[in-house]
Design a protein around this ligand. Sequence first.
Ligand SMILES: [Zn+2]
Ligand SMILES: [Zn+2]
Length: 303
Amino acid sequence: MKFGVHVNRAGGLGNALAAARTLRCDTIQMFSRSPRSLRPGLVNEEEATLFREGLAAAGIGPLVIHAPYLLNLASPRKETYEASRDALAHDIVLARAVGAEMLVFHPGSHLGSGVDAGIARIAAAVEYACEKACHTSHGGSGGRRDEGVDRMDAVLPRLLLEMVSGSGTEIGKTFEEQRRIMDRAPSVPLGVCLDTCHVFTAGYEVRTMEGISRVLDELDAAVGMQSLALVHANDSVGDLGSHLDRHANIGEGRIGEHGFRAILGCSRLSHLPFILETPHTTLDDDARNLAALRRIAGEAVSW
Ligand SMILES: [Zn+2]
Ligand SMILES: [Zn+2]
C-alpha cells in the first residue's frame, strides 16, 4: 500500500521534497498556495523541474495538490465565486507544472442559497477552470495558448471532490451530492477523495467491516468505485455524525486503532494512496502517524 503525508511547501518545493524523503513517504500531498489565501502560489520552471525529478528519483508518487480552504465554488457572492474559480484554474496549471496527478478541493458552501444552486455553480466553476487552464501556461497572466489541446483529460490532473463533514452549508457530504456535481460537469475528469474523518463525522460508519462495506456499496452505486482515487487518513475528534471537521492522530480519535484496522484491511481500498492530514507542528508528528498507519496496516487482516 502507498502511504504519505501532507507536506509543507513553505520555503520552496525543495523543502517539501526533503520532508517527503526524510519521512520515506510513498506518496505526498501539498497545498497549491497558502491554505488561507487566494493569492497564487507561483513556482518557477526550474524549481518545478527539480522537484519533479527529485520525486521520480525517490520513487515518490502520485503527487497530490490540495486547493486552499478559502476557495468557495458554490458561493452566491459574485466576487468570491469568480475569485474561487480563477484560483482553481491557476491551481490546475500549477498542478500540471509540478507533475501532480491529482488536484483535490472541497466543493464549497452554498451559504443559504440552496444545495441545487450550489451544485450548479460548482459544476460550472470546474468546467470554467478546466477550460481556462487548458489555455494558460504556468506563470503567464495573459497566457500563451497551448496549441492542439482538444482532449481536456489528456492535459489535466484528475480533479477530486473531497468528501466533507457537512458543517454549515457545505456541499459534498454525501456521495449523492458528489454524483450530482459530476453529472453536471461531464467534460471534466472528476473523481472523489474519501477523508476518513470527514465521512465519519458526516454520518458514515467506517469503523467496522460491515460499515465500510455499506459505505463503499453506496459510493459505488452513486459514482462508481473507479471514481474513488484517494484516501485522506485522519482520525476524528468529533463523533459519528457530529459534522465536526477536526482531525486527530491515528488511533487517538473516535475512529481509533480498531477502526483503522478495518479500513486498512479492506481490499477494495488497498490500491489507493493513503495520505495523512493529522495535526503536526514538527516532522516527528508526521513520522509518528505514518509509523502508526504502516504498523496497523501490517497487523490488519485483509478482508
Ligand atoms: Zn481537504
Ligand atoms: Zn482531507
